[in-house]
Design a protein around this ligand. Structure first.
Ligand SMILES: Nc1nc2c(c(=O)[nH]1)N[C@H]1C(S)=C(S)[C@@H](COP(=O)(O)OP(=O)(O)OC[C@H]3O[C@@H](n4cnc5c(N)ncnc54)[C@H](O)[C@@H]3O)O[C@H]1N2
Ligand code: MOO
Length: 391
């Protein structure tokens, strides 16, 4: 059995950054920028008014000043002329500041009679002018790699990029194995259950930036496993679920070996998730997850999400840990790192659930954190600080 740290290193060595593709700006949200981009224009391209009011010269900016309104500037409609002493231009937010004007007096500070305005008793001291290039200049760098969030999309739009180079989404083929499994919505026999892990893992990996393909459920025979493995052709990663342990019907490792799997490791000092395996099948990275639902989801969180992150060209670190205060006592830990399902409260206290069986999906769904117990961690008392990973 290898450690969790060693296993992550080996899993990460199975993948490299994928190639890039061009997508429309609308399709770029959530994707990873593949190449540095530069602003194609300056924003704002002109000095712009930040308020609705009147553009005037500094010399006229005084209580009681009476100025003649000589025209109007609105957003998208510049005033083609100059403001001179004694003059004002009616202006609206986003309009180019007319030549000669230094500032904008907000309309609340002005009394208007026909073409004349008089500046009031108390004047707002702001200039209310956004300088040209105050946001960014043509040629400014927008650096890759970066997962594009909503604000990034807006910024790239304003830089006038309609097509964005992004890293191709890793295609993950997910294969559930087991005679006991049927798909959700189907009618199971009395000795069957519903396949769940593949759905949870697909949701998790899609959220991490992958595209997933759920392969048909493979029955517990060498032939069925081989057939379904063949369907993973063209994927960037294959993830199997179940059949990883030592039972007579646990055939995944054996069939993978027949298919030229160069095994990188099998079994880690971790709970849940001991029978994890990983390797490379003729150039296709393969991760074999244990079948127990919580084991598969926890292993996916710890190993597959970082691998996807690496394939996307982002820094692929182990999930971040933080410290939290225990809300209940814990018994000593054994010879494997234990990732205990727990609930983190807003006050920073974490309560470890009593039930830690790796089959309990209801407990995982009620958890928003994993408390990480090192190998042979002694008993811990309520109030002590522990390491957590938030889910
Ligand atoms: N003698 C031993 N038995 C077991 C050991 C061991 O060391 N010695 N390890 C245990 C541990 S730890 C785990 S974890 C499991 C992992 O076993 P497998 O990977 O072979 O998983 P299966 O036997 O196929 O399934 C286990 C369990 O999970 C259910 N399952 C499987 N796939 C799905 C799915 N896609 N959706 C929902 N549920 C699934 C399956 O029905 C079983 O109940 O082995 C222990 N045994
Ligand atoms: O270690 Mo297994 O992965 O408990 O359920």
């Amino acid at each position: 059995m290898i450690s969790v740290v060693e296993a992550l290193e080996k899993v990460l060595s199975l993948g490299t950054r994928l190639s890039s593709e061009q997508v429309s700006l609308r399709a770029a949200a959530g994707r990873v920028l593949a190449e540095d981009l530069r602003a194609k224009r300056t924003q704002p391209p002109f000095s712009a008014s930040a308020m609705d009011g009147y553009a005037v010269q500094d010399g006229d900016w005084a209580t009681g000043s009476t100025l003649r309104v000589i025209g109007e500037a609105a957003a998208g409609h510049a005033f083609h002329g100059a403001v001179r002493p004694g003059e004002a231009v009616r202006i609206f937010t986003g309009a180019p500041l007319p030549e000669g004007a230094d500032r904008v007096v907000i309309q609340e500070d002005v009394t208007r009679t026909d073409d004349l305005i008089t500046l009031g008793e108390t004047l707002d001291t702001g200039r209310h002018v956004r300088p040209a290039g105050g946001d960014f200049h043509e040629g400014d760098l927008f650096a890759a790699p970066r997962k594009l969030g909503p604000a990034d999309i807006a910024l790239l739009a304003s830089m006038n990029h309609a097509v964005i180079p992004v890293v191709r989404k890793p295609v993950v083929a997910i294969m559930a194995t087991g005679d006991e499994l049927v798909a959700p919505g189907e009618a199971p026999n009395p000795d069957q259950i519903i396949a769940s892990n593949s759905y949870g893992i697909a949701a998790q990996l899609e959220a991490a930036g992958a595209e997933t393909r759920l392969l048909p459920i493979a029955r517990d025979t060498r032939a069925a496993l081989r057939d379904v493995f063949a369907m993973a052709k063209g994927a960037d990663l294959i993830v199997t679920i179940g059949g990883a342990s030592v039972g007579d019907h646990d055939l995944v490792a054996e069939v993978a070996a027949d298919l030229n799997m160069d095994q990188s490791f099998y079994k880690i000092a971790m709970r849940p998730g001991k029978p994890l395996m990983a390797g490379n099948m003729d150039g296709l990275p393969m991760i074999g997850l244990p079948g127990n639902p919580v084991s598969s989801m926890v292993c996916s969180t710890l190993f597959i999400v970082p691998l996807i992150t690496k394939m996307l060209g982002l820094p692929a670190d182990a999930p971040k840990t933080a410290q939290a205060t225990l809300a209940n006592d814990l018994t000593p830990n054994g010879p494997r790192e234990h990732y205990m399902r727990a609930h983190l409260a807003p006050d920073g206290t974490v309560r470890v659930h009593d039930a830690q069986d790796s089959a309990l999906m209801s407990v995982l769904a009620a958890s928003n954190a994993l408390v990480v117990r090192p190998i042979r961690d002694p008993a811990r008392a309520k109030g002590e600080s522990v390491s957590i990973i938030t889910l």
